[in-house]
Design a protein around this ligand. Structure first.
Ligand code: XLS
Ligand code: NI
Ligand code: NI
Length: 436
C-alpha cells in the first residue's frame, strides 16, 4: 500500500532551538527524567476515533477533514485499510499505544452478528499490525451513544431490548480488547443520564447500571481478561445530567454498588472542567481513592461551553497533571490518551501531526517542570510543615480515630488562638513560576 502521509518523515527530537514545526522541541522519548524515560512516564496513546474517524464537524456545519485514504464507505475493506493508515501515523509520530471504540474501527452493519463479524475481521488486521510494530492497545471501549437506539441511554435505557443490545456490544468489545492484549477497558456512559426527571426513574436506572457493570466484571473473569475497567466521568452533554458526572460521583456509585475493587477512573480534562472542577481537582480526588487509572489528555475552552476536546498546550495544566501522576508513583496500566481533535479549520492531514507534536511537547515540559519541583522539595516541605501540628500525640490520636471531643475541648480551653500561620499561596505560586 502507498503511504498515506508521503511527505511526512518520522518526527524526531531536535531540541528547544529547532524551528522545524515537524520536530519535537521538548519530548525526547529516551531521555531519563527522575530515573525513567520520558516515554515510559507518559505512555502516550492516540485515539482512533479522532485520528481516523473525526470529520471535524461542529454544531453549525459538517466535517472539513481531508482523508484521501478513505473511500467514505462502510465497507470492511475500507475499515481494514484505515488500520494501515493509523499504524503509519503512530509510527511517524512515535506513539506506542492506542485506544478505540468498536464502531470506530469497524462499521455498524444491518445486524449485530454482521457487525461482530466485521469487528473480528478488522481486529485480525489490528493484531497483525500490533505484532509487526510492537504497538499496544491501551484500552478498548464500546460505542453506546451514536446509534439512535441509544438515544435514551444504553445501560440506563428504560427499554430492556436496548439494554440487551448494549450488553452484547460490551461483551464483544471486552472480548476483542482481550484478544488484542488491551491493558484496560473503558466505560464512558455517553448517554447514561437523563434529559428530564419528569419521565425518569432514576433509582431504577442506576440499579440497572450497577447490574450491567457487575455482569461485565463477571464476563471479564469468565474470559480471563485481567486489565482494569475504567469509568470515565463526564457531567453533561449530551444529556442534561450524566450519572457519572465527576470523579466523586463515580467513586460513590462504585462504592454503593460494591464495584470499587474492579474499577479505576479514566479522568479527562475537558470533562473535569465541564463539571466545574479543575483537572487537578478531579485527578486528586481519584488518586486519593487509589483509583486514578488513566488520563484522557485534552482541554476545553473557557469561552465555549461544550466538550471542545482541544489538544493540551497549556504548560501550567500539563505541570499540574504530571505533579499528580508523579506523586502517585506513575501510571501502571494507564497512560495519556489524546482524546483530542483538531479545530475544524485545521483540515489537512499534516495538522494531525502538528496537534500531536504540540500535545506531546506540552506534556514533556510539564513532566520536566513537575519533576524539578518535586526534586527541589520546597513546595512539598511547605505542605508537610503546614500540617505538622497533626504529627503531635493528640493529632495522631485524632487521625487514628482514638480521640474524643472532650480531649479536644481540653486543648481548646487551654489554648487561646491569637494567630494562625499564613497559607502563603502567592509565595508558592511564585515558586512554581520559578520552574516554568
Ligand atoms: C467523550 C468521551 C469519549 C470517551 C470514550 O466525550 O471523552 O471519547 O473517552 O468513549
Ligand atoms: Ni474521553
Ligand atoms: Ni470528551
Amino acid at each position: 500500500m502507498s503511504e498515506a502521509f508521503p511527505d511526512i518523515p518520522r518526527i524526531q527530537y531536535e531540541g528547544p532551538n529547532s524551528k522545524n514545526p515537524l520536530a519535537f522541541k521538548q519530548y525526547n522519548p529516551d531521555e531519563a527524567i527522575g530515573g525513567k524515560s520520558m516515554k515510559e512516564h507518559m505512555r502516550f496513546a492516540a485515539a482512533y476515533w479522532h485520528v481516523m474517524r473525526n470529520p471535524l464537524g461542529d454544531p453549525f456545519g459538517p466535517g472539513t477533514a481531508k482523508m484521501p485514504w478513505d473511500d467514505g464507505s462502510d465497507s470492511v475493506e475500507n475499515a481494514v485499510n484505515r488500520v494501515d493508515v493509523f499504524f503509519e501515523f503512530m509510527d511517524k509520530i512515535g506513539i506506542d499505544y492506542y485506544c478505540f471504540h468498536d464502531r470506530d474501527v469497524a462499521p455498524e452493519l444491518e445486524t449485530l452478528q454482521a457487525s461482530n463479524d466485521a469487528l473480528d475481521r478488522v481486529a485480525d488486521r489490528l493484531l497483525q499490525r500490533q505484532q509487526e510494530t510492537g504497538k499496544k492497545l491501551l484500552w478498548g471501549t464500546a460505542c453506546l451513544f451514536i446509534h439512535p437506539r441509544f438515544a435514551q441511554g444504553a445501560a440506563t435505557s428504560p427499554y430492556l431490548d436496548v439494554y440487551a443490545h448494549g450488553a452484547a456490544q460490551v461483551k464483544k468489545a471486552i472480548e476483542v480488547t482481550h484478544r488484542l492484549g488491551g491493558l484496560g477497558y473503558v466505560f464512558w456512559g455517553g448517554r447514561e443520564g437523563y434529559s428530564s426527571l419528569i419521565n425518569t426513574d432514576m433509582k431504577r436506572e442506576l440499579d440497572h447500571l450497577a447490574r450491567f457493570m457487575h455482569m461485565a466484571v463477571d464476563w471479564k473473569k469468565e474470559i480471563g481478561f485481567e486489565g482494569p475497567f475504567y469509568i470515565e466521568p463526564k457531567p453533561r452533554e449530551p444529556t442534561t445530567h450524566q450519572y457519572d458526572s465527576d470523579a466523586a460521583a463515580c467513586l460513590n456509585f462504585l462504592r454503593e454498588h460494591d464495584l470499587l475493587e474492579h474499577f479505576k477512573l479514566n479522568v479527562e480534562t475537558n470533562h473535569a472542567t465541564l463539571a466545574g472542577h479543575t483537572m487537578q481537582h478531579d485527578l486528586t480526588v481519584a488518586a486519593n481513592a487509589d483509583a486514578l487509572g488513566s488520563i484522557d489528555a485534552n482541554r476545553g475552552d473557557e469561552l465555549i461551553g461544550w466538550d471542545t476536546d482541544q489538544f493540551p498546550t497549556d504548560i501550567y495544566l500539563t505541570t499540574q497533571i504530571m505533579l499528580v501522576v508523579l506523586n502517585m508513583g506513575g501510571f501502571t496500566t494507564g497512560g495519556l490518551n489524546f482524546d483530542a481533535k483538531r479545530r475544524r479549520e485545521s483540515h489537512e492531514p499534516i495538522d494531525l501531526f502538528h496537534c500531536h507534536i504540540g500535545g506531546m511537547d506540552a506534556f514533556a515540559r510539564g513532566l520536566k517542570i513537575a519533576n524539578a519541583i518535586i526534586e527541589d522539595g520546597r513546595l512539598g516541605d511547605f505542605v508537610k510543615a503546614r500540617y505538622s501540628s497533626w504529627d503531635s500525640d493528640l493529632g495522631q490520636k485524632v487521625e487514628s480515630g482514638n480521640a474524643s471531643l472532650a480531649e479536644l475541648e481540653t486543648l481548646a480551653l487551654r489554648n487561646n488562638i491569637s494567630d494562625i500561620p499564613s497559607g502563603r499561596q502567592e509565595m508558592l505560586e511564585n515558586l512554581i513560576n520559578e520552574f516554568i
